[in-house]
Design a binder for this molecule. Structure first.
Ligand SMILES: [Cu+2]
Length: 252
């Protein structure tokens, strides 16, 4: 009997770590700071994670990673350093910020095959860092295939602020988009009282606009999900691709 219980516990643990089940995967782009007050190096981390559970996944070398600044995309792919975090592959870059302005750091992962969902997952992920209180470009689209455009200025936020964003798919608003919200529970201090408390869900309106009140301080991730119009082959069969637009904002 005890063996059965242990075996069950192990299989549940494996399911949780591997597939997420009710737990959501999130692309993450996490800068050391969201507000930079003087020129200097900024460390930015790229992860594929279950943020609330603080469960790692491996992020293979991304298809693209970079920064969008003053209307230009700068690739940082060749500057990425592999960093093993909790036994999982993540990536890191040190970017020298010289000028005032808003810097959108973004990640385009390679398609991730998720056997449990019988689909590929691609999370187009970004975070916006303000340098020297410029506040110039925080709502300018980077031009990702799927993207959340903040309607709330995405830095200098307090816990209790409402974050509002608009979901774009191929540059057009995505009506009724489902948006998953998770807190990055990096120190494990948040204990969700039920599995339903791990991921919050809001739906966008007819213009793709959604809102969420961040109840406490820390990093909050918003992931709008959609089934892509293209398929990718897996073992010779066409499979769905879940595209996500993810944005990270920090509440104080
Ligand atoms: Cu997972």
């Amino acid at each position: 009997m005890k063996k059965v219980v242990i075996a069950l516990a192990i299989s549940v643990a494996v399911m949780v770590a591997g597939t997420g089940g009710a737990l959501a995967h999130f692309g993450m782009v996490l800068p050391a700071k969201d507000i930079v007050s003087r020129p200097g190096n900024l460390t930015v981390n790229f992860l594929f994670w279950h943020p609330m559970e603080n469960h790692g996944m491996d992020l293979v070398k991304p298809a693209e990673a970079g920064v969008f600044f003053q209307g230009r995309k700068i690739s940082l792919l060749k500057d990425l350093k592999k960093v093993i975090k909790d036994g999982h592959t993540t990536w890191q870059v040190n970017y020298l910020i010289k000028k005032p302005g808003d810097y959108s750091f973004f990640l385009v992962p390679k398609p991730y095959w998720e056997p449990a969902e019988d689909c590929f997952i691609i999370h187009y992920t970004k975070v916006i860092v303000d340098a020297m209180a410029a506040e110039t470009d925080w709502d300018t689209p980077v031009g990702l295939k799927m993207e959340i455009i903040p309607r709330t200025r995405p830095f200098g936020l307090y816990a209790g602020n409402i974050f509002t964003g608009q979901v774009l798919y191929k540059g057009k608003p995505l009506p009724g988009a489902e948006v998953e919200v998770e807190f990055y529970n990096a120190d494990g201090s948040r204990k969700p009282p039920s599995p339903l408390h791990v991921t919050q869900v809001v739906k966008a309106d007819s213009r793709g606009v959604f809102s969420f009140t961040m109840p406490w301080a820390g990093w909050w991730g918003f992931a709008a999900l959609h089934t892509d119009d293209r398929k990718i082959k897996h073992n010779g069969q066409d499979k769905d691709v879940e595209v996500g637009a993810v944005i990270w904002v920090r509440a104080y």
